[in-house]
Each structure stands twice: as structure tokens, then as C-alpha cells.
Design a protein around this ligand. Structure first.
Ligand code: PLP
Length: 345
């Protein structure tokens, strides 16, 4: 890996971040807070939240096996996807390389930040090739984007190929592990200390059932996390989100139970799809969704919308001609989908 300073935009490296009232006061017991121009009356949301979400990070540190100082929390993964561009990529000069097809936000954030986006096609099994990705890089390539299990294809990327990229690339490698709770693959997150150039993304939006609270996570070296903390909005994760996330972590709800049921339902749904005359191929999945190639994705999509059933039409994505992406729902929802598809002609 190149020195972090060399990878970082010069204006970000030298940036003096905004210093909030709650940043400057740290630690010592206090009971009179006249520092932040807040309303003193308990609404009970009158106080600014912890800008660094320390209590939540402490809990997540246990769960994820990553030191708290190596965790960044953001307004969904979206924020953690945008920040690497803002920290490392000089608009109009630098570029990033990514597998294709993959999650659409990597490209949208590149476009917003005026960063060249270089997609590298996966093979017909939606598998990556490390050499192909590395060959797409030049001296201005700051980031390589990987996603495992990948969206919209559902499969794990080959772990050895990912590690080849991580070990050989001199810049930053982001590995989006949003669906790791559903996967049998050992997360790269657990080997983070071996890889100072890696940023791992996780989210509360999928297995944890909290898409509405908008909580995304990035795990990386404490130096990279310090850069993110410098650039992020001072109070980027609101108090209600921090409280709800803590509640989910402490009560543990039924996450593992949900995951197990969803995996059984995934097997059932994929087998049912294979028997449909209108289904040509069902692709392997390690996530809570799967991709299927149909006879006519557009027509089937519209037919289902008409019945009030919404799935994702991926036919216009590269390598995904006539493919539909189906999220695993409750048993009842999945059965309703199958009943509708069996009546299609
Ligand atoms: C759903 C998803 C996310 C989650 O995004 P949030 O902003 O945290 O809701 C991240 N990455 C991938 C690949 C996803 O499919």
C-alpha cells in the first residue's frame, strides 16, 4: 500500500475539521451544559447526540470483532460509500475500478464526485478475476470496489481472488459485506488488521431489519477512520438511530432466527423457480435474494406489478439480460409470488 498521505486528497489531509461543542468537551463529569446553544428543556431530544457514537461503537466492536477506533458509523452505507471518494479521489483527476455488475451506488457517488468509474466485467458465472481488475488500474486509481455477496448477482466473490487484489493493489480496496450475515463465506472483516488498505462495509438495513433507521458501518485502520471522522458531518447519526441500534444489539431480537428461516425460504423459492417453464436459470445465492433468468423478464415483471407484487427487473444490467432479482420475503409472501408465477402464460 502507498503511504496514506499519498492516497489522500491534499486538501483533506490538511483539513482542520469543524470542532463542535460536544467535541471540545470530553469526558469529565458535568451537569450544566451551556455550551451548545441548545434549549435546556427536556423534549427529550433537546441535546445534540454523541458525534462519535461511542456507546454504540462499543457494542458493535464486540459483535463485529473490530476495535471501536476502527469503526465508522454513517447515515446508511450510502455515507460510507461517498466518504472514500471525498477523502481519496481528486475530482477530474483520479479514477476508481469496480466489478460489473454490482451495487449501483458506487457509480452514482463516482459521478457526483466527478471521478472516472472503470467497470470490469465479471465472467459468465459472475465471478471476478484479480488480474483483470488490476490491469484496469493506472497511477490515478485510488479505489477498487468489491462486493461479496454481490448485488444483484447474489453470489460470493472468490475469496482468494479478492485477497489477491487486496494484497497487490497499492491503493484502497473497499469490500462491501452488506449481506455477510446470510453468507457461508468467512468475512474479510475478521482479517482487517492484516490489511491496512481495506475498508469493509456493513449495514443494519438487511439481516438486522432496520433499513428505516439508516445505519451503515465502515471498518478500517484507525488512520482511515480518523480521516472519515474529519470529513463527515459533525452529527451524522441522529440520537433516535443510535438508541434504536443499541436496543437491537442489546436485545438481539431474532436476527439469527430470521436469517435461518430466510435461508430455508430461499432454498424453497429457488427450487420452485427452477420448475417454472418461464424460468431458464436460477443463479446461486449467498444472500437474502437471488437472480433468475426468465423467458421475458420485462413482461413477467409487469404482470407481477399488476398483481401488486414488486420484484426487481435487472434486464438492462450488463450480463443480466432477462434477469429478475427476487428478495426473500415471509413464507406467505413467497407463496403468493409462486402462485402468481404459476398462473402466468
Ligand atoms: C442494500 C445494500 C447496502 C445497504 O445500504 P444502506 O445505505 O446501508 O441501506 C449496501 N451495499 C449493498 C451492496 C447493498 O445491496
Amino acid at each position: 500500500m502507498k503511504p496514506l498521505q499519498e492516497l489522500t486528497r491534499p486538501n483533506i489531509w490538511t483539513l482542520a475539521p469543524y470542532s463542535s461543542a460536544r467535541n471540545e468537551y470530553a469526558g469529565k463529569a458535568a451537569h450544566v451544559f451551556l455550551d451548545a446553544n441548545e434549549n435546556p428543556y427536556n423534549t427529550p431530544l433537546n441535546r445534540y447526540p454523541d458525534p462519535l457514537q461511542e456507546e454504540l461503537k462499543k457494542e458493535l466492536s464486540q459483535l463485529k470483532g473490530v476495535p471501536a477506533e476502527c469503526i465508522f458509523l454513517g447515515n446508511g452505507s450510502d455515507e460510507a460509500i461517498d466518504l472514500p471518494y471525498r477523502c481519496f479521489c481528486r475530482p477530474g483527476k483520479d479514477n476508481v475500478v469496480a466489478i460489473e455488475p454490482t451495487y449501483g451506488m458506487y457509480r452514482v457517488c463516482a459521478d457526483i464526485n466527478d471521478i472516472e468509474y472503470r467497470p470490469v466485467l465479471l465472467d459468465e458465472n459472475f465471478q471476478m478475476n484479480a488480474e483483470k481488475l488490476l490491469n484496469a488500474c493506472n497511477t490515478h486509481t485510488k479505489i477498487i470496489w468489491l462486493c461479496s455477496p454481490n448485488n444483484p448477482t447474489g453470489n460470493n466473490l472468490d475469496r482468494n481472488e479478492m485477497l489477491k487484489v487486496i494484497n497487490q493493489f497499492q491503493g484502497i480496496v473497499v469490500v462491501d459485506e452488506a449481506y455477510c450475515d446470510f453468507s457461508r463465506q468467512k468475512p474479510i472483516r475478521l482479517e482487517l488488521e492484516k490489511h491496512p488498505n481495506v475498508i469493509i462495509l456493513n449495514t443494519m438495513s438487511k439481516a438486522w431489519g432496520c433499513a428505516a433507521i439508516r445505519l451503515g458501518m465502515a471498518f478500517a485502520s484507525k488512520e482511515i477512520i480518523a480521516l472519515f471522522n474529519k470529513v463527515k458531518y459533525p452529527y451524522n447519526v441522529n440520537l433516535l438511530t443510535q438508541q434504536k441500534a443499541l436496543e437491537m444489539l442489546k436485545d438481539r431480537y431474532d436476527i439469527e432466527k430470521w436469517v435461518n428461516i430466510l435461508l430455508l425460504e430461499r432454498t424453497r423459492l429457488m427450487e420452485a423457480f427452477r420448475l417454472l417453464p418461464i424460468c431458464k436459470e436460477v443463479f446461486p445465492s449467498d444472500a437474502n435474494f437471488f437472480l433468475a433468468r426468465m423467458t421475458d423478464a420485462q413482461a413477467i415483471y409487469e404482470y407481477l406489478v399488476d398483481k401488486g407484487i414488486i420484484i426487481r427487473n435487472r434486464t438492462h444490467i450488463q450480463l443480466c439480460k432477462d434477469c429478475l432479482r427476487i428478495t426473500i420475503g415471509t413464507r406467505g409472501e413467497n407463496s403468493e409470488l409462486m402462485a402468481a408465477l404459476r398462473q402466468y402464460n
